[in-house]
Write a protein that binds this ligand. Structure first.
Ligand SMILES: Nc1ncnc2c1ncn2[C@@H]1O[C@H](COP(=O)(O)OP(=O)(O)OP(=O)(O)O)[C@@H](O)[C@H]1O
Length: 327
């Protein structure tokens, strides 16, 4: 059911000259969800986010927030706020003044805007560093300040463009949990652009997979992962094989494939690679017509009946675990 502050994209299109970067996409973002816009470089995800924020004009279509068409409003009047990939903090302002900046622009008195900024610094656990300057902070700390700065306008929708890409892998995983906690606590919509499928799956209540300027599939990460609609989605999310059959292409998860001990299976091939991955062993094999298959076996199963590179083997899986792909 639609809620008062749902965000709806209605046939939203972005053209740069003759090039269509976003092609008439439709989507309803719920008012309190964590959504990840996911896709390869150039698919149109940042253009979509920038149009929602108002940093890019909409060529065609409408962006509707809580029943109002916001597509022609200036960014500050939309009820959205954006956190950029480079946190773009003002170097000459202290942390608290950076956070309070947009309240200063809208004429809020100094005492009040500082009080409000302190509250948001507490929310992101940065109150102890309120008087530092940006160059005295680590990347992760700068990011928390940027988050507080975006949230001070009390947006209905927070837009995040690759917010974790500048962090090292350890910090990225910590901030991932932090973003999720913040979204839950604030109860607003977060729309997060990423090209990382792991990040999207870990964070999102809903993933929206984009390719070639359109939405290929959207849904709960588990539903999309378990039933990719197209070859692109199956390959992009990873963990799947795409195999041509007499009735079109199918997707089957690598961890649903077993070695057929009697030599009879749906796929026969020669093993080209074996990788020990700790809990699992990954096997790749080449079949007819240069079709490659990847199977991921539990470590114990592999070592109960080990196979070797160059060996001819058969693979099998339950028919109900495979999915027909569209197109
Ligand atoms: N200002 C612009 N003028 C012309 N073309 C543009 C402009 N901005 C983006 N594009 C093109 O539009 C397409 C979509 O760009 P967009 O930035 O939305 O992609 P993206 O999926 O976010 O990619 P990335 O992950 O690399 O940021 C790309 O082919 C890009 O080159």
């Amino acid at each position: 059911m639609r809620q008062q502050s749902d965000l709806e994209l209605v046939s939203v299109t972005k053209r740069y000259g003759d090039f269509t970067a976003v092609d008439a996409i439709n989507h309803l973002f719920p008012s309190t969800g964590y959504t990840c816009l996911l896709g390869p470089s150039g698919c149109g995800k940042s253009s979509t986010l920038r149009m929602i924020a108002g940093h890019e004009t909409v060529t065609d279509g409408a962006i509707v927030l809580g029943g109002t068409d916001i597509s022609r409003l200036p960014p500050a009047k939309r009820g959205t706020a954006m956190m950029f990939q480079s946190y773009a903090l003002f170097p000459h302002l202290s942390v608290v003044d950076n956070v309070a900046f947009s309240l200063r622009m809208s004429g809020v008195a100094k005492e009040e805007r500082r009080r409000e900024a302190q509250k948001l610094l507490e929310l992101v656990e940065m109150e102890a560093m309120a008087n530092r300057f940006p160059d005295q902070l680590s990347g992760g700390q700068q990011q928390r300040v940027a988050l507080a700065r975006a949230l001070i306008t009390r947006p209905k929708v927070l837009l995040l463009d690759e917010p974790l890409s500048a962090l090292d892998p350890f910090l990225r995983i910590r901030m991932r949990a932090e973003l999720k906690r913040l979204q839950r606590e604030l109860g607003i919509a977060f729309i997060h652009v990423t090209h990382g499928q792991d990040e999207a799956m870990a964070l999102a209540d809903e993933i929206v997979v984009m390719n070639n300027s359109v939405i290929e599939q959207s849904g709960h990460p588990r539903d999309v992962f378990n039933a990719p609609r197209t070859e692109f989605v199956a390959r992009f999310l990873g963990g799947h094989n795409v195999i041509a059959t007499g009735n079109g292409k199918i997707a089957i998860r690598s961890d649903e494939i077993e070695l057929a001990s009697d030599g009879n299976g749906r796929f026969s091939g020669t093993i080209t690679g074996i990788e020990y991955q700790g809990t699992h062993v990954a096997i790749t094999a080449m079949g007819q017509g240069d079709t490659e298959i990847a199977a991921v076996l539990p470590e114990a199963d592999f070592f109960a009946a080990p196979v070797d590179v160059g060996q001819s083997v058969a693979f099998d899986w339950q028919e109900k675990r495979q999915h027909a792909l569209a197109g």
